[in-house]
Each structure stands twice: as C-alpha cells, then as structure tokens.
Design a protein around this ligand. Structure first.
Ligand code: ADP
Length: 267
C-alpha cells in the first residue's frame, strides 16, 4: 500500500523572495526531471527555495539533513523484525522515488561517499534506485526529483563534493542577495522596519568582507533575521547583534572585538 505523503506536502505557500532567475530555471530543470545542486553558504535561502518550488509544483518534499553517521540504509530502507517476521521498510529516499516527491538532501558532502553513491543511478537517464538488500530495482515515479545542497565555503579535501557526483547535477548558485532584497527578506521574516533591516544588512556585508581575513563565514541572512527578531522583542540592539551576529561566528577574541566594533558603529 502506498504510504500517505500528505505530511510532506506544504499547505501554505512559503515566503520566498527571488534573487534572480532561479524560479524559472528550476522549473525548466524540473520539466526534464534533471537533478539539481543548490550551491551556497549556510542560511542563504536554499532550503526555503526548495520548499517554495515544491509548493509551486504541487509536490511533496522529503528533506534529509545529511551527516557522517548516515548509512545507505538510512536513505533506501532496511529489513526490520516484527511479529510476522522480517519486513522491508522503505527509507525516505525510496519513498520519494517510488511515490513521486522531491527528495532534498541537505549538505550532501556531510554524508560518506559509500552513502552518496546510491544516488548515482537516480541521476542519469535510468532514474532507478537499486535496493540491493531487497533485490529490487525501483523505477522512479515520473514526478520524482532529486535536489541536493552544498556549501562550497566549507571546502576541504575530505569535505569536497567528488566531480563524479557533482557533474550529475545542474547547479544553481545561491549567494547572498543584493542589499535591498536581503533587507526586504529581513523585514518580511522578522516584521521589522526597513531602517533596522538596512543597518543589519550593512553589518552583514562588513562581516562577510572579513571572510578571507580569519572568519570562516560572514553573517547569513538567517542570522540577520534572528538579530532583528530579538531587537523587535525589546533586546538592546548591541546585545542582540552580539548574540545573533558575533558570538555564533567566532571564538577568536580579536575577531570578536572587530565585529563588536562594527556593531557599535551602527547602533
Ligand atoms: P540554507 O538552506 O541555505 O541554509 P535557509 O533556506 O534555511 O538557508 O534560509 C535561512 C532563512 O533565511 C530562511 O528560514 C528564511 O527565513 C530566510 N531567507 C533566506 N533567503 C530567503 C529568500 N530568498 N526569501 C525568503 N526568505 C529567505
């Protein structure tokens, strides 16, 4: 019996502010059921974008946050014991493949190579998922699409995406949007004023400029939204910025002072 994927359908349209032609390009890629790689720093809107596209296309969305302990069985499924004996349970990827959902593998490089290879036959014209343990080849449902995300900023030899995997995807680049759009997102998500959002975006730009000077990542859109929410709730702006924009980014005392100086120049 087909499982009920209703829980994976978005009931309300997620708020998504386009930053370029990504909506059209996604639709074109989906029309051909091409697998998509979303590249970009954390908190730049990749997940929100997939949610928006799943809603727009009327598809269920099954999201999996990848990690190094994830095994191929966690994706495809396993035999489990119950009172009738051993019974096969489809994993989330298999459910999406069989019944026609978008499967979103968030931070794919976090998964081990032996886990990621299971997606290879799904990403070419065969569109099949071999369930080795069960001895079944699942042909993908016509609606199925694979989407993965990847943060190139965390690149290291161990945590890079292998060319043999990444070349199987068409790719959309997610960088932080222009200042006006980013401020609009902060206004919408945190219910704050444009004047405050503009200041926070400016702080973010300055922290992003420090990226190659000792900071692994600059402040993300998500962090700006957190800061704005705290300020809206009455937290003093300098405290809110320290909590949301400074402490999460660095443990280094000099970098902390540099970022706090940027904050005090704005508030
Ligand atoms: P990622 O998946 O890239 O880590 P998210 O999609 O979770 O990032 O984005 C973090 C938050 O930033 C979202 O919850 C949303 O509030 C906001 N956000 C970022 N970009 C956009 C956008 N273009 N439109 C609407 N909200 C956005």
């Amino acid at each position: 019996m087909a499982p009920d994927l209703t829980a994976y359908r978005l009931i309300q349209a997620p708020y998504y502010c386009p930053t370029g032609r990504e909506i059209d390009l996604y639709e074109q890629a989906y029309a051909r059921r091409l697998p998509i790689l979303l590249k970009g720093p954390t908190g730049s809107g990749k997940t929100r974008f997939v949610e928006y596209m799943a809603y727009k296309l009327g598809l269920p969305l099954i999201t999996l946050a990848c990690n190094e302990d994830m095994t191929a069985s966690d994706l495809v499924g396993r035999f489990l014991l119950d009172d009738t004996g051993t019974v096969w349970h489809d994993g989330p990827l298999t459910q999406a493949v069989r019944y026609g959902a978008i499967c979103y593998l968030d931070e794919i490089v976090e998964a081990r190579q032996d886990t990621t290879v299971v997606i290879h036959p799904l990403t070419d014209s065969r569109r099949i998922l071999p369930l080795d343990k069960k001895g079944e080849l699942v042909q993908a449902h016509p609606d199925f699409q694979l989407v993965v995300s990847y943060n190139p900023g965390y690149q290291s030899h161990a945590k890079d995406m292998k060319p043999s995997t990444r070349q199987r995807f068409v790719s959309l680049d997610f960088n932080y949007p222009g200042a006006a759009i980013e401020a609009q997102i902060v206004v919408n998500e945190a219910g704050t004023s444009t004047a405050l959002a503009d200041k926070l975006v400016d702080i973010a730009h300055r922290s992003r400029a420090l990226k190659s000077h000792g900071l692994a990542e600059g402040a993300s859109t998500r962090m700006l939204i957190y800061a704005a929410m705290l300020i809206e709730d009455g937290v003093a702006p300098t405290d809110a910025c320290e909590m949301a924009l400074v402490q999460p980014l660095t443990d280094d005392p000099d970098m902390t002072s540099a970022l706090l100086a940027v904050v005090s120049a704005h508030f």
